[in-house]
Write a protein that binds this ligand. Structure first.
Ligand code: ZN
Ligand code: FE
Length: 243
């Protein structure tokens, strides 16, 4: 599938995933730039996939549906809070973008019903594609608004079980601030140190640091590398207080 990354608001990413005659929007915070990006490519939006109910992931639902008649798929655990939802999905349910077959992974923690969507083999060179909303970020993870450290730790472990080359399309460009915290947790991690250089180069050039990969997160993300729930909880609390 072809993936277009649309930067909106202060640090959100919306994605267009296009395959065959289908175009799916993932987490439309807003409508206008999404409709414009699709129109510029001659694509017709057929579906919206929401990872969770927060307005910076669903705010464009109603206007995009009104403009295109697309169907909206979102998490069963928060269906009542997803504007315009047509189909509620949960762990193991199939999602499809034309010929690309995906599945739902339940990843509670940031919100109680948060979904990730995984499309095996759908990326360039046959890599998998993961849309993980606000669960896993480049060098970070989502804040625990509705879940426990144990839930988020288990959710991250499920994502870390995906193949190393899986492309991680998260919903925010938080990487540079995550990096400042990560180096305080693992000052001796050489993979992390070299990644931080790459991140600073990319941001100085105005480029995104997303997508990353599961392998890179496994090697460098302090939240995926906690040895226990207690250690994860300590790191998450420290990041919440970090400035
Ligand atoms: Zn959120
Ligand atoms: Fe968000």
């Amino acid at each position: 599938m072809e993936i277009v990354q649309i930067a909106v608001l202060s640090d959100n990413y919306i994605y267009l995933a296009h395959d065959g005659d289908e175009t799916v929007v993932i987490d439309p915070a807003v409508a206008e730039p999404v409709l414009a990006a699709a129109a510029a490519r001659g694509w017709t939006i057929t579906q919206i996939l929401n990872t969770h109910w927060h307005p910076d992931h669903t705010g464009g639902n109603a206007a995009i549906k009104a403009a295109t008649g697309c169907r909206i798929t979102g998490p069963a655990g928060e269906a009542a809070k997803i504007p315009g939802i047509d189909r509620a999905v949960a762990e193991g349910d199939a999602v499809q973008i034309a010929s690309a077959a995906g599945r739902v992974i339940d990843v509670p923690g940031h919100t109680a019903g948060h979904n990730a969507y995984y499309f095996a083999g759908a990326g360039d060179d046959g890599a998998g594609v993961l849309f993980c909303g606000d669960t896993l970020f480049a060098l970070g993870c989502g804040r625990l608004f509705e879940g426990t450290p144990a839930q988020m730790n288990a959710s991250l472990a499920k994502l870390m079980a995906l193949p190393d080359d899986t492309l991680v399309y998260c919903a925010h460009e938080y990487t540079q601030s995550n990096a400042r915290f990560a180096v305080t947790v693992e000052p001796g991690n050489a993979d992390l140190a070299s990644r931080v250089v790459d991140i600073d180069v990319a941001r100085a050039a105005g480029k995104p640091t997303v997508p990353s990969t599961i392998g890179l997160e496994r090697a460098t993300n302090p939240f995926t590398r906690a040895a226990s729930v207690a250690e994860f909880a300590t790191r998450r609390a420290a990041k919440d207080a970090f400035r």
